[in-house]
Design a protein around this ligand. Sequence first.
Ligand code: PLP
Length: 378
Amino acid sequence: MTDKIVMEMLEKTKAYLDYNATSFLSSGVKERMIEVLKKTGNPSSVHTAGKEVKAVLNKTREVLGSYLEVSPQQFIFTSGGTEANALALLGIDSDVLLISSIEHASVYKVAQLKHGATQEISVDGQGVLNLDHLKNLLEASKNQKVLISVMLANNESGVIEPIGAVLEIAKFYGAFVHVDAVQAFGKIPVSLKEMKVDLMSFSAHKMGGPMGVGALYIQEGVPLNALYLGGGQERGLRAGAENVSGIAGFGKAIEEIDLGAWEKVKSLRHVLENSLKNKFSELFIASDQVTRLPNTSLIAYGNIPSATQVIKLDLNGIYVSSGSACSSGVVKESRILKAMGLSNRFKQTAIRVSMGPGTLLREIERFVEVYTHMFEEL
Ligand code: PLP
């Protein structure tokens, strides 16, 4: 057999099911980026070369504004979701910071810097925000400047949070609201005209764009201070020359958003979960009683630690994430699963399968085959 045929056969047994970690770049996105990489110029320069690349930034800003139904001027580009979250949390001068107990580390760790001022809003067993707890925390913080930071969709379970209800409560108490929409954007409908938040974070690589690019939406009139000082880029709110080719790719990925394709993804998840439930009636699926992202399935079964499962799946060409993080050989349980009050067994054995519009039925079937075999061979 030629090497090419062997390689093709190997490729066919592979399954990339870690879309929430990062997504694929379409050929359209790559082409747009390459086109822009051929240009030389700093968007801050006033000459023609500078203006040409500045037009690339403006184009993506226009695309963002038109997709999210607000003025393009309200977006500033960042190096990704992490920076957008840090800028939102540290850039607003608040006395009290309320975050949900299942926020991404880029919110959670920044919030810890404001230790005395930060409090966590609890979630229920499905990962949904406890709105009564939010009200109680706001009631206790009356007459103080409060910033609430909650995610639209969680990266581990995919649970979608009731942002509309959060906004109503926040309005009553006069609190600012920041929403981390990194995992939701591109997968479910998002409109800033409908969802009148003060700040919203985005990341390109979770929705078909490149890594190292993101954006922060800042509603007009919201007082935000910059974290990076230097040149006056991005209305003085984010100094440093912009990642022009990355921003171009981000714009193209937004143009390519096809929410209809996620219906197909949802049906693939249905196949995955049903096939596994038919084999293992005790399979546990996180947040399956509430609205989730169409692509995410956080599952647990048996007694094999998550990290071991991830390695075994990897050896079979299947790429997923574990619900617990392993660093320096020590497996740490997931803060998010803990906040949801899930059992030790679930916390230790959960793995996350996340799909995208490019996922094939054969990848799901392959996953089901290897996952099943992993437990049956014990
Ligand atoms: N917020 C959420 C919910 C995420 O899932 C991630 C990445 O996993 C981030 C923020 C950070 O985004 P980035 O990788 O662009 O810094």
